[in-house]
Design a protein. Sequence first.
Length: 219
Amino acid sequence: MFFCYHFTLFFQSAISERAVSFIDGQNLFRHAKDAFGHHHPNYDLHKLTDAVCAANGWSNHGIRFYTGIPSVEHSPMWHGYWARRRTAMSRSGIKVATRPLRYSNESVTLPDGTTREIAIPREKGIDLRLGLDLVRMARTGQLDVAVVFSQDQDLEELAREIRSISKEKNRWMKIVSAFPSGPNASSKRGINRTDWFPIERELYDACLDPRDYRPNRQK
């Protein structure tokens, strides 16, 4: 049994592993903005996931994208942007999951010392949806490598779950955290307990989407 188990792991890792990408859209955008200075989510997800898979010898077996979307009342431009972007991604074969952003009022101190109440947007349910999809696909044998484009440490428990499923199913699997990396990056770490794949600027900039999804009436 010991020999058969390790032979199975060797055989599965010797072929081209099937990678499925799980992209936390807002997390990837924020860290790319800090690391590379890009001020809108200008990544081309097909190019980016293909490049990451090619660099590791994986076969790209799907892209799943997750993001919160602001209400039209709070941000007409970004609401329109994500409506257009969601349609384009879905048409290109990307599985898209969205949730409306939730807002809570918080007091902030302005430079002049006065305080002001502002609405702070928060994503609710996005991490849960991503995690449930990843675990389901791992359990049903739809992937060998789960590539999570995020640095959200709340996703650390996914690494434990993947290892548990790998042992339970007697199949080789792993989880990888892919993230923008560079001198200006706000965080140098991937998700704890995962393998890390730092995305350097040269690779990221070769995978940009030239299309502008903002509504035409907005500047």
